[in-house]
Design a protein around this ligand. Structure first.
Ligand SMILES: [Zn+2]
Length: 317
């Protein structure tokens, strides 16, 4: 009798556990579904697309929206397209449930722009390249417009800021070496900032000056392949970038090209670990060219030319 009792107790316990198990399983499967994204990216490059998916039942309707259409757009069915650098929130709604996620739109390429000079020259010296015993001033004073009286450091920052805005609209990431006049940044410091920025190319903006006031036109300076510093390694690409810039700059502005010139003594170029060019946009010592370069509507043409040149370099054009 005792063994039979034990057996009955065992059967009872087993059955209870079985019911408890099915009870739990049953409870889980009947809970209302918790709406969620299947996967979420944290970043998306401008011009690239991402298709959102969720765990919503097949017969339900999911609608999507994005917080700021300046940076990205999304179709009602969840195809996100990056437009320009910025932070966005993507929201999805399904049967009264709303979920969202934050995404950073990054540049399709990153451009480092160095507006030449600064308010005060710094004539203390620094090596013209890593390990070099040759030294040059950290930052020279720059030219002054012979007709407008505008100093080069103001002109270069004006153009650089306008170029930044134009490039950002096209989906590029842009970093400036300086955003104000009153800085103390030598050429080595500027190149190092660019190297840290993760940029793809570096463009150094300058204006030219010469004793003969009839000299005019734009020049691009780049390092040769025999350059012993970082710049030598990027010579070929820098040359290609320079060519594209001069071609497009002329097309947009009518400022003639004086061509490419090899320079291996430019500190800001020698320390740069990426394709780097220095563009002399025209002559501040030429009264007519000075007026053009400092004219607001003409600057739009300059920016268009430079932007097209960058597009052409990367094959977007
Ligand atoms: Zn200059």
């Amino acid at each position: 009798m005792q063994r039979k009792n034990l057996f009955l107790i065992a059967v009872f316990l087993f059955t209870s556990l079985l019911f408890a198990y099915f009870d739990t399983t049953y409870a889980t499967t009947t809970e209302p579904f918790v709406f969620a994204f299947t996967e979420v990216p944290t970043t998306l490059k401008a011009t690239k697309e991402y298709r959102f998916t969720t765990n919503a039942p097949a017969n339900s309707v999911v609608t999507y929206s994005v917080s700021n259409e300046k940076y990205a757009t999304i179709t009602p069915d969840g195809l996100l397209k990056g437009k320009q650098v910025g932070n966005i929130t993507v929201t999805a709604t399904c049967e009264g449930q709303t979920i969202s996620c934050n995404i950073k739109i990054t540049g399709k390429k990153t451009i480092y722009i160095d507006p030449g000079h600064q308010r005060y020259a710094d004539l203390t010296s620094e090596p013209i390249g890593p390990g070099s015993s040759t030294r040059k001033e950290k930052m020279t004073g720059g030219a002054t417009g012979v007709s407008t009286g505008i100093p080069e450091y103001k002109f270069t920052l004006t153009i650089s800021k306008k170029l930044k805005t134009a490039l950002e609209k096209k989906g590029y990431g842009v970093i400036l070496s300086r955003t104000k006049h009153n800085v103390k940044m030598g050429n080595v410091a500027r190149a190092k900032k660019g190297n840290k920025s993760g940029a793809d190319i570096c463009i150094r903006i300058h204006a030219d000056s010469f004793s003969n006031s009839s000299a005019k036109g734009a020049t691009v300076l780049y390092a040769s392949s025999s350059n012993p510093y970082y710049a030598g390694k990027y010579s070929k690409k820098s040359k290609k970038l320079g060519k594209k810039l001069l071609t497009e700059y002329y097309k947009a502005t009518g400022i003639s090209s004086r061509g490419l010139a090899v320079r291996n003594d430019l500190t800001g170029t020698n320390w740069s670990k990426m394709p780097t060019v220095l563009i002399e946009c025209g002559f501040f010592s030429n009264p007519a060219e000075d007026r053009k370069l400092n004219n607001t509507s003409f600057q739009k043409k300059m920016v268009k030319g430079l932007t097209n040149g960058i597009d052409a370099y990367f094959g977007y054009k």
